[in-house]
Design a protein around this ligand. Structure first.
Ligand code: IMP
Ligand code: MG
Length: 201
């Protein structure tokens, strides 16, 4: 079996949960190139520091900085709001703090996905206290209409509907981050299955 087939199948089954490709590897990489061009233009002559939010953002950050035409630095933080489940607890704790001193730097926070927006809100407060020269946010995905807080994401890869997704850094119980595409949970529509049953009967 080839490497491509192992890491980008059409569907993924985890116990009784079925996931289907939502955004292909190619679509992801094309969009990242566009975002990198935009950022390179806006930060021309500057050396922004990209702060990746572990663990989910590592693949996105790695691919994004490789497409930049400007100098950059990187740092990582780890926060937790989810535990190992699919629903946010709403409570945020810092698990690994910044290593870099962000004072006076142009900071770009790199997120995998914005859901409730609570993580972003928490990070914004925390980083602004460190007095950066500027602060922007880039997120590969944003769930449409879900944010509980007023937030500005400066660069968005894709807006998606409010369904659970895995792959390309995003996990289900810490696994499936290595998938090369993004997969969405298939939720069976009960009205459709009823019709199907009637058809069969
Ligand atoms: P927020 O604080 O609710 O915006 O949550 C953001 C974090 O929750 C993301 O950085 C992800 O780590 C995680 N998350 C939110 N939605 C999903 C999802 O659909 N799949 C996997 N992780 C998710
Ligand atoms: Mg995350």
């Amino acid at each position: 079996m080839s490497y491509e087939m192992i890491n980008s199948p059409e569907t993924v089954q985890i116990d009784d949960l079925k996931f289907r490709v939502l955004i292909s590897e190619k679509q992801i990489q094309n969009r990242i190139r566009e975002l990198a061009d935009e950022i390179s233009q806006e930060y021309g002559g500057k050396v922004p520091i990209f702060v990746g939010v572990l663990n989910g953002a590592i693949l996105f950050l790695a691919d994004l900085i490789r497409q930049l035409s400007i100098e950059s630095e990187i740092d990582f933080i780890k926060i937790s709001s989810y535990g190992d489940e699919r629903i946010s607890s709403g409570e945020i704790t810092m698990i690994k703090d910044f290593s870099a001193d962000l004072r006076g730097h142009d900071v770009i926070v790199v997120e995998d996905i914005v859901d409730s927006g609570l993580s972003i809100q928490y990070l914004r407060r925390k980083i602004l206290n460190m007095k950066p020269a500027s602060l922007k946010f880039v997120s590969l995905l944003v769930k449409r209409g879900v944010a509980k807080v007023d937030l500005t994401i400066d660069y968005v890869g894709f807006e998606i509907e409010n369904k659970f997704v895995i792959g390309y850094g995003l996990d289900y119980r810490q696994q499936k981050r290595n998938l090369r595409a993004i997969y969405q949970l298939v939720i069976d529509d009960p009205t459709r299955s009823k019709t199907a049953h009637r058809d069969e009967a």
